[in-house]
Write a protein that binds this ligand. Structure first.
Ligand SMILES: Nc1ncnc2c1ncn2[C@@H]1O[C@H](COP(=O)(O)OP(=O)(O)O)[C@@H](O)[C@H]1O
Ligand SMILES: [Mg+2]
Length: 566
């Protein structure tokens, strides 16, 4: 076994062994040179680089040697490489159907030792399955799929689900009605539905997941799929009312506006060619725009046509709400005015959402304040900006509730009483690390989740490997690995952190001043080495040095985004 100790080198920034003896600088220089010589020698054998199917066999292990091997493998269409007990998957960005065929699934499933076959997601899947099967007592297993946005996590999770739907297929067909699909079908059909409502086209990925997902595939005592349960995390609901330049809203909005029949257009008030402010870049046609796929999957999950129609009416109502525009009144004590066309959109929103128009208008334009000992109720006309915040807040809350409800319905469709299953395989697919030209609360939360996963990975992986060496009695000096605790402290620490300051700012019931907030953050957290600021930018901001890179977050609207009230 090659030893993963990383001697100091100028070639890359791999973690260094920190508890080694510091030698004389001359010896150190010699060491550096001979190490760099080793790296060069390793890389010179270009023809052989793609043969390294396990990155722990690369010697010496450096960022350069590892990346060169992965690159060499990519060139010859080898997209999977082991790295000890984990698997590195590269995104081919083109279909390779033979890579995921049912025959290949079978090959890994029946292999005596699947880990001896070529590295593949199916090898991981099969090993995980055997770990569950081979125990006397029921054990559970989970697979974490992590990587940057667009790396292929959701694709990989889908492959894993297909694998288990095939090798662990249930033996019993559902009782009763013929319209109830087999559990495997329903589990797989949860994907297109949740992706239609929870994915969107971003600058990094045309089908970017805007929520995190953890699915448990539950197995009976014969290790057949009996049921499943899905938990979702933090849907990016701000996207309903705001889409960054060149990005899109959730796929489902484009699906209904492009795919509705003439009859449905009438019923949902979606005339052909109508324009919606919350539907940018709809001229771009994506594979993800297929309404039929979503509807068929919804039917398989037991969501009937009339319920579907109600859902799409609500979505259409939100599109109409997005077209409602306010203008400041001549007399400030009066509610904001509505332009001619806007009046029509308020009416259609009210009709589609089944809210009386007067009530809708009042909730958008008038603030009710309860104050004093007698709990007196005052009404105050909102400014134009406040009306817009209320409109957007209403849309976000309705969409988020609709999404929650959908997850609930899907869960009911794939549920089984816990007495039916004995173990599970969990799959975690969370949104990947993101850094856009403009980043805000959404990216902060996404990157925070990834920072937490990274910490789990580093602790679990390095600790597990080192414990294994110790158990095997290998001569081994322990590595003090670099962890990302400082970065996590900066984001979530107690009592002072970005999150605590943000929450405090939200509790103060006043419009936030971003310049002051920036100063507060800097004063309170200046001692943390992961915090800095883009001093050339005129906009208030802060930079966090994440494990995956630096990200500059804009402070404008961050406090408001953290509030979202209705
Ligand atoms: N193994 C693969 N084979 C072919 N295409 C892939 C593969 N993995 C990813 N892709 C392509 O890359 C896109 C982004 O992958 P996705 O899984 O959505 O990324 P992530 O979930 O990590 O953000 C997919 O829509 C698909 O087009
Ligand atoms: Mg994804």
């Amino acid at each position: 076994r090659s030893s993963p100790v990383f001697p100091p080198t100028g070639l890359d920034k791999m973690p260094k062994q920190e508890n080694g003896q510091k030698g004389d600088s001359l010896i150190q220089n010699d060491l550096n040179e001979s190490f760099e010589e080793e790296v060069r020698a390793f890389l010179s054998d270009e023809e052989k680089l793609h043969l390294f199917d396990d990155l722990t066999k690369v010697n010496p292990v450096t960022t350069t040697t590892v990346l060169k091997c992965l690159q060499a493998r990519y060139r010859v269409n080898l997209f999977y490489t082991n790295a000890g007990c984990s698997l590195v998957a590269l995104n081919p960005f083109q279909p390779f159907s033979c890579l995921y065929s049912p025959e290949l699934m079978r090959k890994y499933h029946v292999a005596l030792r699947p880990q001896d076959l070529k590295p593949h997601i199916f090898a991981v899947a099969e090993q995980t399955y055997r770990n569950v099967q081979n125990q006397m007592e029921p054990v559970n297993q989970s697979i974490i799929v992590s990587g940057e946005s667009g790396a292929g996590k959701t694709w990989t999770s889908r492959c894993l689900m297909k694998f288990y739907a095939s090798v662990a297929a249930s033996v019993i067909s559902p009782k009763g009605s013929e319209t109830v699909e087999r559990i495997e079908r329903r589990v797989l059909d949860s994907n297109p539905v949740m992706e239609a409502f929870g994915n969107a086209c971003t600058l990094r990925n045309n089908n970017s997941s805007r929520f995190g997902k953890y699915i448990q595939l539950q197995l009976d005592r014969f290790h057949h799929l009996s049921s499943a349960s899905i938990q979702t995390f933090l849907l990016e609901k701000t996207r309903v009312a705001y889409q960054a330049p060149n990005e899109r809203n959730f796929h489902i909005f484009y699906q209904i506006t492009k795919g509705a029949t003439a009859e449905e257009r009438l019923e949902w008030n979606l005339p052909e060619g109508a324009e919606y402010r919350w539907l940018p870049n709809s001229e771009r046609n994506l594979d993800e725009d297929s309404f039929e796929v979503t509807r068929a999957a919804m039917c398989h999950l037991g969501i009937d046509r009339s319920t579907q129609s109600n859902i799409f009416k609500v979505l259409s109502g939100l599109l109409h709400l997005g077209n409602v525009q306010f203008s400041n009144p001549v007399d400030e004590s009066q509610p904001c005015e509505l332009e001619g066309e806007t009046k029509g959109f308020v009416k259609s929103t009210g009709d589609l959402l089944k809210i009386p128009v007067e009530e809708l208008l009042e909730s958008l334009r008038i603030r009710t304040i309860t104050a004093g000992k007698q709990q007196q109720v005052f009404k105050k006309a909102c400014s134009r900006a406040e009306c817009e915040t209320r409109r957007d807040g209403l849309a976000k809350v309705i969409y988020a509730r609709l999404f929650e409800w959908l997850v609930l319905v899907i869960n009911e469709s794939i549920y089984a009483d816990p007495s039916v299953w004995t173990s599970f395989i969990g799959l975690l697919d969370v949104y990947g690390f993101e850094a856009f030209p403009e980043n805000n609360l959404e990216q902060l939360c996404i990157n925070y989740a990834n920072e937490k996963l990274q910490q789990h990975f580093v602790a679990h992986y390095l600790k597990a490997q080192q414990e294994e060496y110790a158990a095997e009695g290998l001569q081994w000096s322990f590595i003090n690995y670099q962890d990302n605790q400082h970065c996590l402290d900066l984001i979530e620490g107690n009592p002072l952190s970005i999150f605590s300051l943000l929450n405090e700012e939200c509790r103060l019931n006043r419009p936030s001043n971003t310049d002051l907030f920036q100063t507060r953050i800097e004063k309170a957290l200046s001692s943390n080495q992961c915090l800095s600021r883009d001093r050339f930018s005129k906009k208030p901001n802060f930079i966090i040095s994440h494990y995956a890179g630096k990200v500059c977050y804009q402070l404008a609207a961050m406090v408001e985004k953290n509030k979202v009230g209705v």
